[in-house]
Design a protein around this ligand. Sequence first.
Ligand SMILES: *Cc1c(COP(=O)(O)O)cnc(C)c1O
Length: 718
Amino acid sequence: MHNHPQPASATGLPRRIRRLADLAYNVWWTWNPDAMRLFAKLDPQSWHRLNHNPAKFLRTIERKHLNAALTDIQYLESYDRVMAQFDAYLGDQRTWFAAEFPQLKDRVVAYLSMEFGLHESLPIYAGGLGVLSGDHSKEASDIGLPFVGVGFIYQQGYFRQHITEDGWQEAYWENIDVADLPVKPVATPDGDELLVSVELPGRVVNIRIWEMGVGRVPLFLMDTNVESNSPADRDLTARLYSSDLDVRITQEIVLGIGGVRALRAMNINPKVWHMNEGHSAFIILERIAELVKAGRSFDAAAADVRASTVFTTHTPVPAGNEAFPQWLMEKYFPQYWDRMGLDRDSFMALAKVDQQWGPSFSMPTLAIRFSERRNAVSELHGQVSRKMWQFLWPGVKEDEVPITSITNGIHTGSWLARRLRLLFDRSLGADWYEHLDDPETWDSLLSIPDEELWAVHRHLKRRLQIFMNDRARAQWATTRIHPVQIIASGALMDPNVLTIGFARRFATYKRAGLLFRDVDRLLRLVNRPNMPVQFVFAGKAHPADDPGKRVIQELYRVIKRAEFAGRLIFIEDYDQNIARHIVQGCDVWLNTPRRPHEASGTSGQKAALNGVLNCSILDGWWPEGFNGENGWAIGGEHDYDREDEQDAADSESLFGLLENEIVPLYYKVDEKDLPREWIRKMKESIATLAPAFSTRRMVKDYATQMYVPAMQETADDE
Ligand SMILES: *Cc1c(COP(=O)(O)O)cnc(C)c1O
């Protein structure tokens, strides 16, 4: 459908391995460990130092490393093998989608998201929402969905985190040179840079479009850092999730209105438009305006737009839903109502909600009203959403509110440890990846010898230890941090000790502090004779979220206490690299949200895939995943009226589980030093959770429940 972006020239690369540049410009390598190793093997130190960024790595690599590869027969063999796999993948016509829906293979789905989390070297994501978009795109490629992603390149991305000695989170931003990202500007047929524009108050702002290859699908990333824009406008897309209302609405105008114009300018006319969260809801206004301009009435245009639009909500709390004051809408959309065939009041009424600060324009309300198909991201979140949005359907019973649910999943190839993949290749059959969403694929997992699974698991724990030690060493070498911070960052981590991971955004509802309600009890737990426990924490608080930052500080102050003797660890600057190491290298994954505030969560799914056992509140995806054997449930499925009561009960339940079940089970080993019952649970966890909570299952659900019906409905239009 498109030419995948190519580096302008593969200058510098010897002919024999020139196509490393093709690999670098398609993130396919991020889920194919053999491809990744083609980079790493050339010069492991630079590879790690450059945060696994192949574009920059190839641009700066020393000649001698390339020359060495040219005489390394093994290297050249694996190069040829990977390139053949890459070509076979890109050219494969026999995908799931092509087999199921051959007549629909040219109907494109456009997927719009504020963030895409594809890899740590592409800092255009903040957290879970972005990782979901990235995983969704990779899976769309794997199953052969006709799909394009639309989002942003941010010059500075999300903030980087540093924790001061006193535990206070400091935010800093780094400029990213686009030359170091695997993207190419989209050009006009004449070879000029393609620009589209949006109208902002008193000016027109130009937008550049970059293309990135995600396997078989393209991702189009926009920015306003264009010479013809004013300096202030060039910075409009510098950062993700600004707290400044003008910046936010502008970015959403660029995403929604600019996104539609960008696709049109490239002559891509999607049959389905999928809004991942409400940030992109302005696509609705632009598409209605297009149809009205072509002669339709507002009502007819709205009906067309609705039929071809899909909306996924991720926000279980009303306050989390974005709404712009009406005065701000008037500032940014003057007379836009004319273009839609409306007057001012009927325009505002499209998405009116009353906030404390006055009448507002609610992005999710707009999205819900103008999408025929809408979903929440877990079954529980579906119930919460139907209740929360019932007011939009007066007279409809809560359980009949038309918001369904498709539970989130993770992209298996991206999150599975390489060693485990090798083990699965041997025991599940060579083509297991093709059938990974079929539960039967995983049946033979139970017959993997305990020794083998445990040996891989121990290897992954050692890798986590080495990772933390290396980071601690680098921090010590480059910054003047206090020795206590070196210990806090994992210098004393012991891979023989039961290791519990907790990595997530530090929003107060995630309750990182649940364990710290009783610090003495925690102290006894981590220092229990012969049964020690260590905890690894990571995560960021939004820079404007002081309560979240105070949770980190409270945590950090406990971490630094000498009695804890390095058993509590905080890894700063959480990103996908850290995520991969900890979801693969811990024993237990802890999740303590205040139910039902976690829409889904996906980090526990990554852990489960790697044999790391979930210990979680029955919130988000976990009520669907937990079967009594494949992990643990903290508390029950109650609703509480009072938060302190809920916190006290959940904290008690968590300590009880740790003290009476989890810790003893981990240390209960046989004469061969194997924790047999633990390993049985690991297998149960992988076998029951890997197929269901994969993006394979998830994107197929989106295809059959949302995209295909919309494609069929709009078959003759547009
Ligand atoms: C998977 C992932 C998330 C999502 O984690 P949850 O807390 O389960 O929502 C966030 N950030 C990063 C870097 C991730 O890899």
